[in-house]
Design a binder for this molecule. Structure first.
Ligand code: NFS
Length: 675
């Protein structure tokens, strides 16, 4: 009887692979996971709905009288908005608090990464480690003046180059001080165009010390402190600038100094880079301190010989997330996939070790790893997992190579433990990565002019309509890679050159958009002509998410080269994060907005429940910084919002006519049957 009343056990709801991703390798692996009855993020996204009130940014849980939830009335707000929490906090206050706490989280993540890099650089400068060295002394000399460090010395009436070790030590000490110094402002703010610095001054948002700005967000958003959304956002802007022009920029620069400044190189992307007859090691996370050493260890003769001894043909390294981008741009190590593909790399059955450090790592990796032979290794003292099958090998930069070899050896030893369940999707795509401020200068500068002359010239004459930065994550609430690819394709079709980083860059690589050949297939005639002449892809891979600082500096170089206004906000340029999900994305978005960039996010923004605060971000900010937020989930409309902004800036610069002429030339040529 009791049996009869029992509801039949329901089969769990599963993701539809075709709806979950546009990428064939990903679709195949989702199907594979479902066959093996291994749950992935794609399945969880169909079974668990997000909280509607949290999504709108109007749930306050900053004290134990709450959580206070302030849903919008069904028929919208008529007259005065009377919603308030127990303490009286308005929807604007709550949404602004939540928003800047996201900035604090994001800025903290980037900046702590930067701090780790700076500390390692200090060890290098003090000669406490032999595993890391100064690989790019020219870059060190180039950044030293921003730290107030002299690069020359006077001796016997002559000016000589100062000893590089002395410069390193002085730069390292000055860089470390940026996190906690008392008084003054961040040194790298000086690299921004002067009018932008003046705006920051007028707004009172120049960051003082990196840690201080993040701490101040936590204080201001504590119960009963800052209750003015404008004042809260002022601190949000300040902390975000401490990320973009502080922690991230210092991180990028010192990584370049220690590991080499990237230059264009060829590689591949997607899960198909894994090899059945090789030991496959997937490095996942963010900090290149660890992955650099894993690259070196896995290329060492000792480890290669050991792998052969154990029956493997070699060692195949691959990356996931921004670690992938770090080792791609400096060593050509191919990314195995984006953020949403992390579980799938293990489900191939051929992942002998997955080595993770910090950020964007799913805890469910441990559950997936349990189903296979895969060793899941955490390496960072601040990022462990509770599951028992996870191995923790703490990585110490003073014994970096030793630790890395231990990890690689563990993967090799695990090669023979593989089960029969191996399925590596065949798909992988060729790509060129490794662009940066310096290489764009090389490719798009004048032969005799060390600046961005050719780029500016082509923007002014209209062959290139404008510049877009398309960056950021995947989000399991939206179709994997769909918005990234549609937006990028629509931009380049309309002659907008794209600079990309993070998982967006990996997505573009997987889709074949990071090759010079993509220009002829996907670009408008103007951009195609420039790319074909110069031999570059229409979408330039600038690295990881901390390398968004490269985009800030590239934009500054464009301003300096002349002819396109005197501030970043004058440029025909726009930013986008089509499938964002992390707090880091919000911090990045805000520092782009505060640096004068019109920035459009996809999916949704957690501000819908506070319309006044939303208007402040989407409209009023433009008057303060020249940049503002926007959100558009539809990829084509999203791209056209960016293009409309680019055209508005072209008109303001008086260069819209040049572009019309170019288009007429094309039409004329078509009329003559030349196309
Ligand atoms: Ni960026 Fe990198 Fe990817 Fe998003 Fe995560 S990896 S730092 S946060 S998901 S782009």
């Amino acid at each position: 009887m009791a049996e009869a009343t029992k509801a039949p056990a329901k089969a769990p709801k599963l993701a539809d692979p075709m709806e979950a991703s546009i990428d064939v390798a990903t679709q195949e692996m989702i199907r594979r996971a479902q066959q093996l009855q291994i749950e992935t993020v794609f399945d969880r996204a169909v079974t668990m709905k997000p909280c509607a009130i949290g999504m709108q940014g109007i749930c306050c849980k900053n004290c134990a009288m709450g959580p206070c939830r302030l849903p919008l009335p069904k028929d919208g707000i008529q007259g005065e908005d009377t919603r308030k929490g127990l303490c009286g906090a308005t929807a604007n206050t709550i949404a602004a608090r939540n928003f800047i706490r996201m900035i604090a989280g994001g800025a903290a993540a980037h900046s702590d990464h930067g701090r780790g890099v700076a500390e390692t650089f200090l060890s290098v400068a003090r000669k406490e480690t032999e595993d890391y060295t100064i690989k790019d002394p020219a870059k060190l000399r180039a950044i030293a003046p921003y730290y107030g460090v002299e690069t020359t010395v006077e001796a016997d009436g002559e000016t000589l180059d100062r000893d590089i070790d002395e410069i390193a030590l002085a730069v390292a000490e000055s860089a470390i001080a940026e996190w906690g110094k008392n008084g003054g402002e961040l040194l790298y703010l000086d690299r921004a165009p002067k009018p932008l610095q003046e705006k920051w001054e007028a707004m009172g948002v120049k960051p003082r010390a990196i840690d201080r700005e993040i701490v101040e967000i936590m204080h201001r958003t504590h119960m009963g402190v800052d209750q003015d959304y404008k004042n809260l956002m002022k601190q949000g802007a300040r902390a975000s600038l401490a990320d973009g022009w502080g922690g991230s920029m210092i991180g990028t620069d010192l990584q370049d100094v220690m590991f080499g400044t990237p230059s264009p190189l060829q590689s591949e992307a997607n899960l198909g880079i894994m090899k059945e007859d090789h030991v496959n090691i997937i490095v996942h996370g963010h900090e290149p301190l660890l992955s650099e050493m894993i690259v070196a260890a896995s290329q060492s003769q000792e480890m290669l010989d050991y792998a052969k001894e154990k029956g493997a043909k070699g060692i195949q390294l691959g990356g996931i997330c921004c670690t992938a981008n770090e080792i791609l741009q400096r060593h050509g190590v191919p990314p195995a996939g984006t953020y949403l593909q992390q579980e799938l790399a293990i489900i191939t059955g051929a992942c002998d070790a997955m080595v993770v450090d910090v950020q964007c790592v799913f805890q469910n990796l441990a559950n997936v790893a349990k189903c296979f032979h895969t060793k899941l290794i955490t390496t960072h003292p601040i990022a462990k997992m509770e599951q028992e099958n996870v191995i923790h090998i703490e990585f110490d930069e003073h014994y970096a190579m030793q630790d890395a070899k231990r990890i690689v050896k563990m993967a090799i030893d695990n090669f023979q433990e593989r089960g029969a369940e191996i399925m590596i999707p065949r798909h992988k795509t060729k790509q060129i990565a490794g662009f940066g401020v310096e290489s764009i200068q090389y490719h798009l500068g004048g032969t005799f002019r060390g600046d961005y002359y050719t780029l500016n010239d082509n923007i002014i004459n209209g062959r290139i309509r404008g510049i877009a930065g398309v960056v950021g994550c995947n989000n399991a609430r939206t179709k994997h890679n769909d918005a990234h690819i549609k937006i990028i394709k629509e931009l380049i079709k309309n002659d907008v050159i794209v600079l990309t980083t993070g998982c967006s860059a990996i997505a573009a690589g997987m889709e074949g958009l990071l090759t010079p050949e993509a220009a002829g297939v996907h670009c408008g005639p103007g951009l195609a002509e420039v790319c074909e002449t110069v031999g570059i892809p229409p979408v330039l891979h600038l690295g990881s998410c901390v390398d968004n600082s490269r985009i800030l500096l590239a934009a500054t170089e464009v301003v300096k080269a002349g002819g396109l206004g005197d501030d970043i906000s004058d440029l025909p340029a726009a930013g986008s994060a089509p499938e964002w999900m992390s707090e880091k994305a919000i911090s990045i978005g805000q520092y782009f907005v505060s640096s004068g960039v019109y920035t459009v996010f996809g999916y949704h923004m957690p501000v819908e429940g506070a319309p006044v605060f939303k208007d402040y971000l989407y409209k009023d900010m433009e008057k303060m910084y020249g940049g503002k937020w926007d959100c558009e989930a539809d990829p084509i409309k999203h791209a056209h919002k960016m293009i409309a902004h680019i055209d508005k800036k072209r008109a303001a610069l008086g260069i819209d006519k040049a572009r019309e002429r170019v288009l007429m030339d094309m039409a004329d040529r078509q009329a003559l049957g030349m196309e």
